[in-house]
Unconditional design. Structure first.
Length: 185
């Protein structure tokens, strides 16, 4: 057999093994491993809360969620948020929603955090990243690292359809994993 053919057959075999291994690992580690471990009692929100947890990875404002060796809590939601900047207004039919989250590193190693780990899903299923106005906040959640038992609290702004009652904050800290949590607003 030609050496080039053998080479490409080996490359293809290795590629197939990587694909199978990746699917296997996603099946083992992906999905529903988050759980509610408590509720913050000092939360302030401007919207009503549902009283039941709808699915194993769907939570509500104030829930302390144990997830992937972290504790994640959506502590505050402000609808119709005014940035205070006359040049920064939501588009017609839209509103700004400001959310504040807290992340605590419960692992034994340093971890990274980033505001782009968070997305907002609206009632139409559109998923949005934080708005640029997030960086003008005095308490903006930016990016950084947390040492073991380290804690960070910060805010983000999302532009959503005005009055949408089906909003959810989605936290997915890894591009390489399907693991995520959803917090109903």
């Amino acid at each position: 057999m030609n050496r080039n053919v053998v080479f490409w057959l080996v490359v293809r075999g290795v590629f197939d093994l990587i694909v199978v291994f990746t699917h296997y690992m996603i099946g083992i580690f992906g999905g529903k491993n988050a759980k509610k471990i408590g509720t913050k009692t000092d939360t302030k929100e401007d919207v009503p809360q549902s009283s039941t947890q709808e699915a194993s990875n769907v939570f509500k404002v104030g829930d302390i969620i144990s997830f992937d060796e972290k504790e994640v809590t959506l502590t505050n939601v402000t609808r119709n948020y005014d940035t205070g900047n006359s040049f920064s207004k939501p588009k017609d039919g839209k509103e700004f929603v400001k959310v504040t989250v807290e992340i605590i590193n419960k692992s034994k190693i340093e971890i990274s955090y980033n505001n782009y780990d968070f997305k907002m899903k609206d009632g139409n299923g559109a998923i949005k990243t934080p708005e640029i106005e997030t960086y003008s906040l005095s308490d903006s959640l930016e990016l950084g690292k947390l040492s073991p038992n380290g804690k960070v609290k910060g805010s983000m702004i999302f532009e959503v359809p005005k009055g949408d009652q089906e909003l959810s904050l989605i936290y997915k800290p890894s591009f390489w994993s399907n693991k995520k949590i959803e917090i109903k607003i």
